[in-house]
Write a protein that binds this ligand. Structure first.
Ligand code: SF4
Ligand code: SF4
Length: 174
């Protein structure tokens, strides 16, 4: 059976690797690329259709009038707010194109959310992308449990999903 040292290489190894990784892209990718949003009230319904400016009761402004949408659905085009009176479906995109899902989203329901192993709640995905590709990503990894982003993924937390190059120990970086 593998021990932790088989899964997580020594911290010094990765610190050295980062110092050697001199090649960086011109503008590192931040969490804005994932459209991370801090929660707004009512926070327990944040990022669901119910609190989206594009929600028209049982339809979505971007979809066709044939597409049914419920208040507890969500998608990658969420914007907090309330639709203006008289707004009609515009039939501009499909559910598939919009990343439509019928489930509760937010960090608190995401397999990458971690509020157990460090003093501050954070995102494992952002943390590992920073460490595995330090020349590419500069993601603020501290998130709110009722915030959300477009990488939200259901499931149970399991750091082994960051193999074969992770999970990397990260006590030495922000
Ligand atoms: S499907 Fe997306 S854009 Fe449409 S109402 Fe729901 S969250 Fe908003
Ligand atoms: S925990 Fe999930 S939803 Fe939250 S920022 Fe990370 S990937 Fe996005």
């Amino acid at each position: 059976m593998k021990g932790l040292s088989d899964i997580v290489p020594p911290r010094q190894t990765f610190r050295n690797a980062r110092e050697k990784a001199k090649t960086e892209i011109a503008e590192k990718i931040t969490r804005a690329t994932f459209i991370y949003l801090d929660p707004k009230k009512p926070k327990s319904e944040f990022a669901q259709c119910e609190t989206c400016i594009h929600f028209l009761g049982d339809r979505c402004e971007w979809m066709s009038a044939r597409d049914e949408v419920d208040d507890d659905d969500s998608c990658c085009f969420y914007v907090h707010g309330k639709a203006a009176a008289g707004t009609q479906p515009k039939a501009l995109m499909t559910k598939k194109e919009m990343g439509f899902v019928s489930r509760q989203v937010r960090c608190e329901n995401c397999c990458f959310f971690d509020n157990q192993t460090e003093p501050k709640e954070h995102c494992d995905l952002y943390t590992q992308l920073n460490l595995i590709l330090p020349g590419v990503f500069a993601l603020d990894r501290y998130v709110d449990h009722q915030g959300c982003c477009n990488a939200q993924t259901p499931g149970t937390r399991n750091p082994k999903v960051f193999g074969p190059f992770g999970p990397i120990q990260h006590g030495d970086q922000e």
